[in-house]
Design a binder for this molecule. Structure first.
Ligand SMILES: *Cc1c(COP(=O)(O)O)cnc(C)c1O
Length: 396
C-alpha cells in the first residue's frame, strides 16, 4: 500500500554537508547590481575579501580565486604544479580523496594510493614509510583531504607535514579544505601547506560557484617548472592581472557575499567561537548517534574518536536497512534534507551536515526528525538519542 505524503510546510531544514544554509545577510549581500569588476569600488571589496581569506587560511602567502566549484580548485592545484607522469601520494580515506586521485590520473599524472580503513582514517605510518622509502624523491606531492565529507573522518595536515619533515622529503603538501575551512581550524603557514583547495558553498555559507587555492612560495616555484596544459586556470596568467586571479569576468556578486561571510566569521562571531560552536554541535550529534547504536541500531561511521569530523557525521545503517529510505522520509515528510551515501557507501550511509550557519535548535530539530524517520522505517535503534544531544548541549 502506498501512502500519499503531503508536501511538507515550513522552512526546509538543510542538513546537507554542502551546500549549506545561507544566512539572510549573505543572501542580501549577494543580491548586488552588476558592477564593473575593474572599478575602484569593486576593487576595494575584492581586496577586503583577499585579506579576509588570508586570515581564514592563516597565511601571509598568495590566494587565487576561480569561478567554479571545488573541483575547479582541485584541477587548478594539479595543472599548475605538475608535469605529465609526475607521481602523487594519496592517502585514500573516502570518496573525495579517491576523486582527487582520479582527477590527477585523468590529467596524465601518476598516483600511489595508500589505502586504509575508511572508518579509522589515514594511516600516517604508511605515509611516513612511503616517503622514507622514496629516497630518489619521485613523489612530487602528498594530496590530503583535511575533512573527508563522505565519511566524516578527518586527517590532520600537521601529521603529514611532520612525516615530510622527519623524512627530509621535499614533496609539496596539498590539502583539500573544502568542507573544513570556516568550520574547523586550519593553519596554512604553520602546517607548511603548499596548496590549500577551498570552495564557497560549505563552511563559507555562500552559493556554489567560487573556488580558491592558498598557494605557498614553494608552490609558485614548482609552478614555474610545471608543463601540464592549462589556460583558464593558469596561475601565471592570473597573477599578471589586476585581481591576481580570474581569466575573464570576476563573479562580483559572490564577492559581496564573501565579504559578508568573512565579516560574520572573523568579526561578528570570531573564528575561535565558530570552531567551538562546530565542535559542540558535532559532539552532540555523535552523542545522539551513539545512543541510537544500541539495540543493533545505526552507528557512527567514524570509529576513531580523535579524528571524527567537526562538520559532518556519517551514520552507518544496520545490515538490511536502506539509508536512502530514511533520507527520503526525512525530506518528503518533514522537510529535512540530509546528505546521501556517496559511491561505495550509497544506501549504507546517510550524512548529517553540521557546518556553516547552524545552531542548537537546528541540530536538535534535525536529530529529532532522523529519529522519527528511523521509527517510520522500522530501523532498530536505542532510545534517548535526542535527549543525549540535549544533555551535551545544555551542559552540566
Ligand atoms: C564538496 C567537496 C568537494 C567537491 O567540491 P565541489 O564544490 O562539489 O566541486 C571536494 N572535496 C571535498 C572534501 C568536499 O567536501
Amino acid at each position: 500500500m502506498t501512502e500519499t505524503v503531503r508536501k511538507p510546510r515550513g522552512r526546509l531544514f538543510f542538513a546537507n554537508p554542502g551546500p549549506t544554509n545561507i544566512p539572510d545577510s549573505i543572501l542580501h549581500a549577494v543580491a548586488h547590481p552588476s558592477i564593473d569588476y575593474n572599478s575602484a569600488d569593486f576593487m576595494a571589496v575584492y581586496q577586503n575579501c583577499v585579506a579576509g581569506m588570508k586570515r581564514l587560511l592563516k597565511t601571509r602567502q598568495d590566494v587565487i580565486f576561480y569561478t567554479g566549484s571545488g573541483h575547479a580548485a582541485w584541477e587548478a592545484s594539479l595543472v599548475n604544479l605538475f608535469s605529465a607522469g609526475d607521481l602523487l601520494l594519496v592517502p585514500e580515506i573516502g570518496i573525495f580523496s579517491q576523486g582527487w586521485g582520479k582527477m590527477a590520473r585523468d590529467l596524465g599524472l601518476r598516483t600511489r594510493i595508500l589505502e586504509s580503513d575508511w572508518r579509522h582514517g589515514a594511516d600516517i605510518a604508511a605515509v611516513r614509510a612511503a616517503l622514507a622509502a622514496d629516497t630518489a624523491h619521485a613523489i612530487k606531492a602528498v594530496c590530503a583531504v583535511h575533512n573527508e565529507t563522505s565519511t566524516g573522518v578527518m586527517l590532520h595536515p600537521a601529521d603529514i607535514r611532520a612525516a615530510l619533515d622527519d623524512t627530509g622529503h621535499p614533496a609539496l603538501l596539498l590539502v583539500d579544505t573544502i568542507s573544513s575551512l570556516g568550520s574547523i581550524d586550519f593553519r596554512f603557514d604553520e602546517w607548511g601547506v603548499d596548496c590549500a583547495v577551498g570552495g564557497s558553498q560549505k563552511g563559507l555559507m555562500l552559493p556554489t560557484g567560487l573556488a580558491f587555492t592558498g598557494v605557498s612560495a614553494k608552490a609558485l616555484a614548482a609552478h614555474a617548472g610545471s608543463t601540464l596544459p592549462k589556460s583558464y586556470l593558469h596561475w601565471s596568467n592570473m597573477l599578471s592581472r589586476p585581481h591576481r586571479s580570474f581569466i575573464g569576468t570576476a563573479p562580483t556578486s559572490l564577492f559581496y557575499g564573501l565579504r559578508e561571510s568573512l565579516r560574520l566569521l572573523l568579526e561578528e562571531e570570531g573564528l575561535e567561537h565558530v570552531f567551538a560552536r562546530h565542535a559542540r554541535l558535532a559532539e552532540a550529534v555523535r552523542g545522539c548517534v551513539q545512543r541510537w547504536s544500541r539495540n543493533d541500531g545505526p552507528q557512527l561511521f567514524c570509529t576513531n574518536p580523535a579524528r571524527c569530523s567537526g562538520s559532518v557525521t556519517a551514520v552507518l545503517m544496520p545490515p538490511g536497512h536502506d539509508a536512502e529510505a530514511v533520507r527520503r522520509t526525512a525530506l518528503d515528510r518533514y522537510n529535512v534534507a540530509l546528505g546521501t551515501g556517496l559511491g561505495a557507501l550509497a544506501g549504507r550511509v546517510f550524512r548529517i551536515g553540521h557546518m556553516g550557519d547552524l545552531n542548537e535548535p537546528m541540530i536538535l530539530g534535525t536529530l529529532a526528525v532522523v529519529e522519527m524517520a528511523l521509527r517510520r522505517n522500522g530501523v532498530p535503534h536505542g532510545a534517548g538519542g535526542v535527549e543525549a544531544a540535549m544533555e551535551a548541549l545544555a551542559g552540566g
